[in-house]
Structures are given as C-alpha cells and as structure tokens.
Design a protein around this ligand. Structure first.
Ligand code: ADP
Ligand code: MG
Length: 447
C-alpha cells in the first residue's frame, strides 16, 4: 500500500518535495489504526507531519488502509547511512537530536568541498566559500553567491554547512531555501507563533538562505527576512545567501534589502567551460568505475559530453548516469556511437545548432582550401586530411548520423565517414599540431 501511496504523492507534491520529505520515510507498521513511519530526524518528522500529514492520511485511506492516525518516529538505534559512513563524529546523532527543533532543511551528504570540482568559472566562489567555512579573522558577511541553474550554488552552501559543523558541532547552522523561509513565516503568522519564529531564527549561529530570488514581490516575507538578517548581522552571525542573479539586478526586491545583500562579498559562479565540465565528468566517472568496475566507457566519450552538453552540471550528471545505466544494461563498452544514441534527446535539447556546412566552411577557410574541394573527389593529403577533420567535427559537434554526414560530403558512403573519423581520432593522440587545430576549430565553431 505504502508503495502505491508514495507514487501518488510523488505526482502530487512534485519531485523536489518528494525527494526531500517523502522518500526518507520508511513505513514501519500499521496497528490499531496507527501508521508508524521511521524518519531520519525529528525535524523531518515534524515537517512531514505538518505539511504532508493530511495528504498521506487521505491517500492511505483511499488505498484502503484502515488508518486514523500517523506517527513519525526517529529510530533510537542510529543506523549508519552508507553515504555518510565515516564522516560523522561519534556524537553526531546526539548533537543532531538536540538541534532537531531548528528550522533548517536537511543537508545532502554528497555536497561537500571534497566532491566539488574547481575550475576557472567557479574558483572565486569556491575560495570565498572555503574562507567563510573556515572562519578565521576575515569573514565576509554576508556572502552572496549567485549564478545560473545547476552551477553549484546549493552544493557550495551545503559544503560550507558541513565544514562549519565538522569544525564546531556546537554551532547552530541553519540552511533552508527562501521558499521554506516563507513557508515557516506564513505558518508562524497563521498559528500565532511569531515570537517562536523570531526567537528561533535569531538564535542561530550561521544562517544560509538558498534561492533568495523567491522572495521577490512577497512583501511581508521580505520585511521579515530583512529583520532577521539585521538581527543576525548585529550579533556578528554569519549569513550566506544564494540567488540567481546579482543583488542589484533583482526585481521586486526592496532597495534596502538589495543593499544589505551587497554589503559583504558578492561572488558569481560563471557558466562552466569545457575544462571544468570534463573535470567534473572525469571525477564522477571515476567514482562510478569504483562502484562498477565492469562497466566501460570508451576513450573520447567524456570529451564528447563535455563538448556537447550544456553548461548546467545537473544535466551533465544526468547524462553520465544514463550512460552508466545503459552500460550495465547492454553489458558492453559504451562507444561514442552508443553514447550518442543513448543520449540523443539530451543532445538535441542542448544542441548548439552547428551545421555540417558551417563546419566545412570553417575548416576549408582554416586550411585555405576551396569549399568545392571539401565535398569534391580529390584525394591528396592536403585536401583529404582537412576533409576528414571536418567529418570528425561533424560527427562530434552535430547529431547527424554517419550516412547523413556522408551525403553532405558529396554523397560519400557512411563507411568512408567512419574511416575518416577514426583516422582523426588516432592522429589526434600523436599529432599535437592536428589536435590543436581541432581544438581551435571547435572553439571557433561553438563561439
Ligand atoms: P544550483 O544550486 O546552482 O542550481 P547545484 O548546487 O544544485 O546547482 O548543482 C547541481 C548539480 O551539479 C549537483 O548535483 C552538484 O553536486 C553538481 N555540481 C555543480 N557544480 C559542481 C562542481 N563544480 N563539482 C562537482 N559537482 C558539481
Ligand atoms: Mg540550488
């Protein structure tokens, strides 16, 4: 029954809520109309009970369960979670239990500094996050992190929280989204518990509010946020905020709040570049390989993904996960060809729309040959090699199939194209000049 109820809830509450609140629930028993669920922390239990209790009850009844009451309980024997194994100190559960009345959302144990790959686009944000996490004499308060979707804002915030907590478990660190902040605030208003609300938020040592853009246009929430913010800064408490753009660019946010948000350090996460994407893919692939040593992904596939998939790291991760799932299904090495097949929808979505014609023109220009030679029959090396490079670029930068590419190269057979692509793949390993030319052309084409 619970399995079915969960499916219904997933539809109803959305993927995020589902992941954060419903998935952690473990159905224990149903006795005398009381359904008992095990929850990882008291906080999650309380939150679920208040926000989703009615829904869960209703759907359980719909599913035919004779239930009149729900109980959420933290198992008293701490079960080690595999993802956290080794990291929490011996007294972690004790500390956490005392903090269960804090208003924060749970932290993702995977989002640590260790698992964060640093590259040019995020190095400033990373350095600032590290500095704040390590405390010390110079602190930036508030730290404001901003950037587009999937660039690592939430990851860095959780990493800061983990680090601060590891250094000093007694600190009261609260992480939550601006949406959750609003939710708590509205709830406190409704239940006439504003005193508790204020007290709770003003007693934290570190406050992190994610996706602050959510409060835009929500006046009373902004007002309360502003007061909370000021009270904490006055007490010299660290505040860390993230948003989707710089404070000055936010619409429907009061000026006094914008200027408050700007008063510390503002750093942005830039869109990922090729090197960072490749670094992230290699790191994550290495982890998969440790777990599944039998799965193989061919040389060049990660490079292909780093070239072709969008700057959003979440999309990149999704693609990689799919490849490994695919590899485990088919039980063979994932070649470039198979990867393109398995990911065709993602590739289409993030297609930069480079055309075979553009590639031919760029390559012809670069090597100073005629466009007509690109598609013509000449076989001397000075023409055939650039042609093969253009085929290779067409294969890696577009979603065209080999036969399709062959047609665009003057009606050549797909095996000719395949041969050309392979030849370039080989040469690229030993011929540094050729590798550089390719890289330059790729940049020019993607710009
Ligand atoms: P944002 O909050 O900016 O939308 P997230 O922090 O949720 O983005 O990141 C999206 C996903 O990408 C997460 O799974 C995160 O772990 C991963 N990610 C983002 N940047 C990096 C990075 N530099 N190194 C490793 N993983 C990253
Ligand atoms: Mg986020």
């Amino acid at each position: 029954t619970w399995g079915r109820v969960r499916d219904v809830l997933r539809e109803e509450v959305g993927q995020n809520n589902y992941r954060n609140w419903i998935e952690p629930l473990e159905f224990a028993e149903l006795e005398d109309g009381v359904a008992t669920f095990l929850v990882p922390t008291g906080f999650i239990g309380n939150w679920v009970e208040r926000n989703f209790g009615d829904k869960i009850l209703r759907h359980m009844l719909d599913a035919g369960a004779r239930v009149s009451r729900l109980v959420f309980t933290v198992p008293n024997v701490a079960r080690p979670k595999p993802a956290e194994a080794g990291s929490p100190p011996a007294n972690a559960t004790h500390v956490r239990a005392e903090k269960d009345d804090l208003p924060g959302a749970p932290l993702d144990p995977r989002f640590t500094f260790d698992s964060f790959v640093v590259g040019k686009p995020n190095q400033l944000a990373h350095a600032a996050a590290r500095r704040v996490a390590e405390g010390g004499p110079v602190t930036f308060n508030p730290l404001f992190l901003y950037g587009g979707v999937g660039l690592g804002k939430t990851h860095l915030m959780h990493a800061i929280a983990h680090e601060i907590q590891a250094r000093d478990p007694s600190l009261r660190v609260v992480y939550l989204s601006a949406e959750q902040f609003m939710y708590r605030f509205v709830q406190a208003l409704r239940e006439k518990q504003m005193m508790d609300f204020k007290h709770m938020f003003r007693s934290v040592d570190v406050l992190m509010v994610d996706d602050v853009q959510f409060i835009a246009g929500k006046d009373s929430t902004q007002e309360e946020f502003f007061h909370t913010f000021n009270a904490l800064v006055d007490q010299n408490k660290q505040i860390i905020i993230s948003g989707d753009r710089a404070p000055g660019e936010m619409k429907d946010v009061e000026d006094r709040i914008k200027s408050r948000l700007q008063s510390g350090l503002v750093v942005d996460l830039h869109p990922t570049d090729y090197e960072l994407r490749l670094g992230i893919l290699q790191t994550k692939a290495a982890r998969y390989r440790e777990q599944y040593p039998d799965l193989h992904i061919a040389e060049g596939v990660l490079e292909f993904l780093a070239h072709r998939i969008s700057t959003n790291v979440r999309v990149l991760e999704g693609a990689l996960m799919r490849l490994f799932a695919f590899a485990s299904l088919v039980g063979q090495e994932i070649t470039l060809e198979k990867a393109q097949d398995a990911l065709s929808d993602i590739l289409r979505a993030s297609d930069r729309k480079v055309t075979v014609e553009e590639i031919q023109r760029k390559v012809a220009e670069h090597f100073n040959i005629r466009m007509s030679d690109m598609i013509g029959p000449k076989r001397q090396r000075s023409i055939a090699r650039p042609r093969q490079m253009a085929m290779y670029l067409s294969k890696t930068l577009t979603t065209r199939s080999l036969p399709d590419i062959g047609r665009r190269f003057g009606g050549r057979d797909h095996t000719t194209v395949m041969h050309g692509v392979r030849r370039i793949e080989e040469l690229k390993q030993s011929d540094t000049q050729l590798a550089e030319d390719l890289e330059m052309l790729r940049r020019a084409l993607e710009a």
